[in-house]
Ligand binder design. Structure first.
Ligand SMILES: CCCCCCCC/C=C\CCCCCCCC(=O)N[C@@H](COP(=O)(O)O)[C@H](O)/C=C/CCCCCCCCCCCCC
Length: 212
């Protein structure tokens, strides 16, 4: 995924390898998927850099846990939740002693994964002349926007106006022609939905969906 021609197919394949037979989510491929997406976002222009900086900061926090002394605890989402909750390592009411817990950091990426799912679904099913920026804005308003203050929502919707047309977008994905790109999205989406669903259920079970 680093260097050479960049295909969104490889990036989305990372989400396919996230889920184990025991239906656990592996954090290694999850973060590799996000790294690839950010790389793709960077290629869309400097106007998106405030978004990619925030995503990178969150990926880096998680990578430091996954490569740190307690890396075994951070192998899967499930082991991370167990470890952090049993050790009192998550700020549940307000950010204080553990402002950057793995649980709250993944929650931000998890919400963004819902945006990605809606955006890719929109892109896949839209008419050829559909506006990518409208698809992106609708997906954002139906997901992440609820968690962002006005100023972030404003900056994000201004940035979305710079998105290329649907066909140009499908082309930069670098997976062949528009038909192939649409087919690839159809193959990738069930895996993204699966990762999202498992995470949502886990977080709901442990009352972690509103972490500050
Ligand atoms: C063929 C389609 C391929 C699509 C490829 C898309 C590539 C997208 C890559 C990365 C997505 C960005 C993920 C953003 C994570 C945002 C996490 C977040 O919500 N952070 C906020 C809260 O954090 P805390 O303050 O609580 O720590 C933070 O305030 C956010 C700041 C930045 C603005 C985030 C706007 C998010 C818009 C997401 C849409 C990206 C648009 C990409 C256009 C293709």
């Amino acid at each position: 995924m680093d260097g050479g021609a960049f295909s969104l197919r490889e990036v989305l394949a990372a989400f396919q390898t996230c889920v184990t037979e025991e239906r656990e989510v592996l954090l290694g491929p999850y973060l590799r998927g996000w790294r690839g997406l950010v790389r793709f976002l960077n290629g869309l222009g400097a106007i998106f850099s405030f978004i990619s900086k925030d995503a990178v900061a969150k990926i880096q926090i998680m990578e430091s846990y996954c490569g740190g002394e307690r890396r075994e605890e951070y192998r899967t989402l499930q082991s991370m939740v167990r470890y952090e909750l049993s050790g009192g390592l998550v700020d549940l009411q307000r950010r204080s002693a553990h402002p950057d817990s793995g649980c709250r950091t993944v929650l931000r990426l998890h919400r963004a994964l819902r945006w990605l799912q809606l955006f890719l679904e929109g892109l896949r099913t839209a008419r050829q002349d559909a506006s990518t920026s409208a698809i992106c804005t609708d997906s954002y308003n139906a997901s992440l926007a609820a968690y962002h203050p006005w100023v972030v929502r404003k900056a994000a919707t201004v940035a979305f106006c710079a998105l290329p047309s649907r066909d140009a977008f499908l082309e930069v994905m670098n997976v062949g022609g528009p038909d192939e790109a649409v087919e690839m999205l159809g193959d990738a989406l069930p895996h993204i939905r699966d990762v999202y669903g498992i995470t949502q259920e886990l977080y709901a079970q442990h009352h972690l969906l509103d972490l500050p």
